[in-house]
Ligand binder design. Structure first.
Ligand SMILES: [Zn+2]
Length: 453
């Protein structure tokens, strides 16, 4: 691929040409899940978007050139709270949720990231980083708490476009007795009884959430790397704090060169949040919908735009995948995707533009030869859809049918009886009933056969 990749960089909110520091070693860090509960559809959006970016980078620079790190937060107040509510140990909770999370990623047919580090495996690095921040005068300890002193870092607020004086004025939170300033954020805090803890120079305790990404990105990608991503809700304060910690600890002028954030998913135009009760978990879709349908829906809006989630969107995507399988064919390996086909994805991950290209390729494939069909399937495969064979797709569909095979045959028998008795109205009614349940029937050579729509 000769085309350049363009991305909207939130450091300056401009679309910029992506220039890697070393095109053979591209580093991308994306904030992963906090494993206190199964991921919801809002969490699925960054998973799918950064998977597309991973694929685009690999297609330009080669499969082994991209180091994609997606962390797992397995120590956090929400985890402690959830384990108490569920009355199970923290390790049982996090093990279960991590397993479900990995299953969800498979269901969405995502490429595995190069690394998936867990916060609890890197506490020593976090302690090291805190010690270095204290030594350099950017952090202070009080009563076994350690805070980062925000006003010591003059670039604070550059990513989120916030001014420190506005942050201070806007802060209504009661300043803790341990904090010097309201805007300071915690790097280490003591654990009470029954909470997970680690030994540290500031007594038994655990790290603040922001710190883990600074520690793990340093370990796997170095002090300065190419891309950092996540949902827009992480831009402030999480990412702002990551920049402050990392740049001060590592003595660098920059941290990540490109900051990419995806917008929210809304439900009937409301932000999806636990408090409003409109959370849809990824696993809730597994029974009724194939992962590639969900994936297509998640790519239907540009990542910078909010995506409104509704039944119509899912139905449309189901029908689209259904239609696309009509021309499915196993791929002729000699065929490659042209720059023109891929170009919307290279232009700031324009997934709706790419889907429009797929519709055009489908139209060509429908009228064209096997080469056209292979090209269409290959283009679908690029974004991780139509990866199942037609046989697999049909068997999944059959499993998800709202009527079983015995009932279908019984209905056909009833219809044949009705036809014999010249009760065509009844026969048509049964045909319509089956059709509504996804079954097509055909009368051929005196026999009735059925197939899935
Ligand atoms: Zn993070």
């Amino acid at each position: 691929m000769n085309k350049d990749i363009y991305l909207t960089n939130n450091l300056n909110n401009k679309k910029e040409k992506f220039v890697p520091m070393d095109k053979e070693k591209i580093g991308m860090y994306v904030c992963g899940p906090t494993v206190y509960d199964n991921p919801h559809i809002g969490n699925a959006r960054p998973l799918v978007i950064f998977d597309i970016l991973f694929k685009v980078l690999k297609s330009k620079y080669g499969n082994n050139s991209v180091n994609y790190v997606r962390n797992i937060t397995d120590v956090d107040d929400k985890i402690i709270k959830s384990s108490k509510e569920k009355n199970i140990s923290i390790s049982e909770l996090t093990t279960n949720v991590i397993k479900d999370f990995n299953d969800d990623c498979k269901y969405l047919n995502l490429d595995e990231p190069s690394q998936q580090p867990k916060a609890t495996d890197h506490i020593d690095l976090m302690i090291e980083m805190i010690s270095s921040l204290i030594k350099k005068g950017f952090a202070y300890e009080k009563n076994n708490h350690v805070y980062f002193e925000v006003n010591k870092f003059e670039d604070y607020g550059k990513l989120s476009n916030k001014k420190l004086k506005d942050l201070i004025a806007g802060s209504r939170v009661k300043v803790s007795d341990n904090k010097k300033n309201a805007e300071d954020f915690v790097l280490w805090k003591p654990s009470s009884d029954h909470e997970p803890f680690w030994e540290s120079p500031w007594d038994k305790g655990r790290p603040g959430w922001h710190l883990e990404c600074s520690a793990m990105s340093k370990k796997y990608l170095g002090d300065v790397f190419d891309i950092h991503g996540g949902g827009i809700d992480l831009l402030f304060p999480h990412h702002e704090n990551e920049i402050a910690q990392s740049r001060c600890a590592n003595n660098t002028k920059s941290f990540a060169n490109y900051w990419i954030h995806n917008a929210f998913i809304t439900m009937s135009n409301e932000k999806m949040a636990k408090s409003t009760g409109n959370m849809l978990k990824i696993k809730d879709f597994k029974e009724s919908i194939d992962g590639q349908v969900l994936k297509l829906a998640l790519m239907s809006a540009h990542y910078k735009q909010p995506l409104d989630w509704n039944e119509k969107l899912l139905n449309d995507c189901q029908n689209t995948i259904e239609k696309w399988y009509e021309v499915y064919l196993s791929i002729d390996q000699k065929i490659t995707l042209s720059d023109d086909i891929l170009s919307p994805l290279f232009d700031d991950l324009n997934t709706p533009g790419y889907i429009a290209n797929l519709h055009q390729l489908y139209d060509k494939a429908l009228k064209g030869n096997n080469n056209d069909k292979s090209l269409f399937v290959l283009a679908c495969n690029f974004i991780g859809i139509l990866n199942k064979t037609k046989k697999e797709w049909l068997s999944i569909k059959k499993k998800k049918l709202s009527i079983n095979e015995v009932d279908i045959l019984r209905k056909i028998e009833l219809r044949n009886k009705a036809r014999k008795g010249k009760n065509y109205k009844e026969a048509d009614k049964i045909r319509k009933e089956l059709f509504d349940k996804g079954v097509l029937i055909e009368d051929k050579d005196g026999k009735t056969i059925w197939k899935l729509k």
